[in-house]
Design a protein around this ligand. Structure first.
Ligand SMILES: [Zn+2]
Length: 776
């Protein structure tokens, strides 16, 4: 029996890589210093794993930006727009990598970055490879081989990790028509074989090829590409031990293909899919083969301590069937998605010892893998006994702790009735009540909620946190900012105002800090993309709302004006999606608890005279399971959670929601099912194209298609916005349309925000004059 790890966080336990990269970009650090930081992180991670007792240590999991982009550089898939930079500016190595990831805007060049998208259902984003019909590949970067040499010199038992060739192609994108990217495998595979040859020459024995696309729905043709590719690899390198790794889902209906692949070791994500162990162990030809199993029993994507009893049970089941020698113990996936080290959480006022004993970050997970091997190897010692006892005690404590389990919350969720997830009347009826009450003009204007979080706003909040100013001084500052925002919106004639959210740090953190059942770590950072790291809240227990969260600021803003001020909330699915979620109950249950807390807030806002309330759900789409067969179950509970949060108010109170992505076609019926009175969506970058999904579906409720892109400081003209709204009007009745930007404005500065919103209000005026849509 051996242990291995699929990948370790590369940001450094104190975000050293983030800091060094950003200093390098700012010209404050030399390339050599940046390289040194990278090397130090690699050596630190390797030694930590070696000292913990991991047998095969991943090498190649480190990246200065992203492992998929590293693969593009390895195989020489460099889009032509960067070739001039390579020739004229001699751009290479890490500078070329950063130019591809971030774009290159200097010395008279203006070259766009490569596209970024989410890595499966995680919050990590990778750089999407670009392919053309006459795409060629050639070995370009020797980073992997160099790092393997570096590891060997340091005495590390290196196991190179590469993104497999088939998933690399599937995760990329055709940049021109006339071919399918998988056809490129014939040209790509020779480069992979060249890399494997170099690794073989370097004395490597094990190589991990990640093929996470085996967790997705595949066509038969796609499956056959896997079979052909791995047969060819096997033919060329019969003695190399290939570890095939997929994760985040079951192999499912790809399993028979996977079992055909001539690999020496097959990795199973037994956290996401424990049942696939049985599926494999009943397969006689597998049992009689020599193929080994890597059991991914330690969750690589969460912060909870492993349940040893459960893991030992799974491992022993496999041992009984195929013997110890054929087993490896591992985390479920790369630990890239875990924070680095729980030992750095030293503030006992924040993370009490009781809570801390339930948790495990990457460093601790590595040790769990090793302990699990010891526990199932039949050679327990005193240390193993102690680890076992502590683990059982922690697991039991989570089961019974009064910090986690609140009877009242559980009872309330159990008592949710069908009527709680339904407004009193259908939209057609509500619309009349809302028009009577709100008296808005045709094409009403609004914004998505946040106004610029200027350096001053952030600075004042930082000073409050450090205790340099009192809460009263802070509140006075926020009042002043809020009043200024209200007055300004009144002066330019916006119809539904917002208070500006100057009091908020982050749209999830702000609520998490005020809800019971959440805790915040000091150092629990995970990489989101490049140098960007996020510190997700931890939902550890039953969620409830001890007191109103937003009524003070929304109520204050409403008291300043006769116009309607929109209350701003983050929806239950988004709060769930952007947190580390407890794993001792279904996500749907936790989501329902959050939904009730938000519902209470919605009701309190209404009581305080707020009659337009927006519940943002930007993350509802990213929660979609990887396989389509599981979509319905997820959408059912996610949509229900939103409806629970929105349905406690009178018909006349108008509920908005906001989403900022552009793929609605496949989930449009669920979006409609949310039954928000108004939905605001990103539209300007697609030139209103995505409205077609709403038009085709005959979306019955009101829609605010974003009329300008807030991701750029560019100020659009009135005419551009009128033209976009004309396009919208061609597919959606004017009576249903609102006029608003794409998204919140917190990342923008005031000058462009003001100029753009003035033009937006003018555009709405022009639309009203051209189209008398009747009284609203
Ligand atoms: Zn948005």
């Amino acid at each position: 029996m051996q242990t291995h790890n699929l990948g370790y966080p590369r940001i450094g336990s104190r975000r050293e890589l983030k800091k060094a990269s950003e200093q390098y970009w700012a010209g404050k650090l030399s390339a050599e210093q940046l390289m040194t930081t990278g090397k130090e992180i690699r050596l630190f991670n390797w030694r930590l794993q070696k000292d913990a007792g991991i047998d095969l240590i991943p090498v190649g999991d480190f990246s200065f930006y992203d492992q998929v982009l590293d693969t593009s550089l390895m195989v020489g898939a460099i889009p032509t727009r960067y070739h001039t930079l390579m020739q004229e500016k001699q751009l290479k190595d890490v500078d070329l990598l950063f130019a591809m990831a971030r774009g290159y805007q200097k010395d008279g060049f203006d070259i766009t970055a490569m596209e970024m998208t989410k890595w499966f259902d995680t919050n990590y984003h990778y750089i999407v490879a670009e392919f053309v019909a006459n795409q060629t590949f050639s070995l370009f970067s020797n980073k992997l081989v160099n790092e393997v040499r570096e590891a060997k010199e340091a005495g590390i038992p290196a196991k190179p990790v590469l993104l497999g060739p088939v998933s690399y192609l599937l995760l990329g994108k055709e940049k021109e028509p006339g071919f399918h990217r998988l056809e490129l495998i014939k040209r790509l595979l020779p480069v992979y074989l060249e890399v494997l040859k170099k690794l073989d020459d370097a004395g490597v024995y094990y190589v991990q090829l990640d093929e996470p696309c085996l967790a997705l729905d595949l066509t038969e043709a796609e499956r056959q590409v896997f079979v052909k590719t791995y047969r060819e690899i096997k033919a060329k390198f019969p003695d190399l031990h290939i570890i095939l790794a997929s994760y985040f889902e079951c192999y499912g209906n790809n399993l028979s293909t996977v079992l055909e692949l001539p690999v020496q070791i097959l990795h199973l994500d037994l956290v996401r899919c424990p049942s696939q162990l049985d599926d494999i162990l009943v397969n006689a030809s597998f049992v009689n083969s020599a193929t080994r199993l890597s059991l991914g029993v330690v969750d690589g994507r969460n912060i909870w301590k492993n349940d040893f009893q459960q893991s030992v049970h799974l491992i022993n089941k496999a041992v009984a069937k195929i013997g110890r020698e054929r087993i490896l113990i591992a985390p479920s996936c790369s630990l890239l998605h875990s924070p680095c080290d729980l030992d750095l959480e030293s503030d006992e006022k924040v993370l009490t010892p009781e809570m801390k004993q339930w948790m495990s970050f990457a460093n601790q997970k590595i040790r769990e893998v090793v302990t699990l091997k010891q526990l199932t190897s039949g050679e327990p010692g005193a240390a193993t006994d102690k680890a076992w006892r502590e683990n059982v005690a922690a697991t039991n404590s989570r089961r019974t702790s009064a910090l986690i389990h609140k009877v009242v919350v559980k009872q309330r969720v159990a008592a949710i009735a069908a009527g709680d997830a339904r407004r009193t009347h259908e939209f057609a009826e509500r619309k009349l009540r809302q028009r009577e009450l709100l008296k808005l003009p045709a094409f009403p204007t609004t914004t998505i909620g946040s106004f610029p979080q200027t350096p001053e706003v952030r600075n004042v909040r930082a000073r409050l946190k450090k205790g340099e100013i009192s809460p009263a001084e802070y509140d006075a500052f926020v009042e002043k900012e809020t009043e200024a925002a209200i007055r300004w919106q009144e002066s330019i004639g916006i119809d539904v105002l917002v208070h500006g959210e100057f009091e908020r740090n982050d749209m999830v953190e702000y609520f998490g800090e005020q809800l019971d059942g959440f805790v915040f770590t000091s150092n629990g950072w995970v990489q989101s993309y490049g140098s960007r790291c996020v510190k997700p809240p931890v939902i550890f227990g039953d969620v409830s709302r001890p007191r109103p969260m937003t009524v003070r600021w929304s109520g204050y803003a409403q008291s300043l004006t006769k116009k309607w001020v929109k209350g701003m909330l983050t929806g239950p699915v988004t709060i769930l999606q952007w947190s580390f979620v407890r794993n001792d109950q279904p996500r749907s249950e936790t989501c329902a608890q959050i939904a009730l807390a938000i519902r209470d807030e919605v009701v309190d806002l209404e009581k305080a005279g707020i009659r337009v309330i927006q519940i943002d759900e930007p993350a509802i789409r990213e929660g979609l399971p990887l396989r389509k067969e599981n979509w319905k179950e997820y959408l059912d509970w996610a949509v229900r959670a939103f409806r629970i949060s929105a349905s406690g108010v009178e018909d006349a109170t108008q509920v908005h929601t906001h989403m900022c992505y552009s793929e609605f076609n496949d989930i449009i019926d669920s979006i409609a099912d949310m039954d928000a009175d108004v939905i605001t969506i990103e539209c300007s970058r697609s030139q209103m194209e995505l409205l077609e999904a709403f038009a085709e579906f005959k979306y019955p409720n009101e829609i605010g298609p974003g009329v300008y892109d807030i991701h750029s400081p560019r100020v659009p003209s009135k005419m551009e916005m009128v033209a976009l709204m004309e396009k919208a009007r061609a597919v959606v009745p004017a009576d249903q349309l609102w006029v608003n930007p794409d998204c919140g404005l917190k990342t923008r500065a005031w000058p462009e925000t003001k100029a753009a919103l003035v033009a937006m209000v003018e555009a709405a005026k022009e639309l009203r004059e051209a189209v008398p849509a009747g009284a609203r």
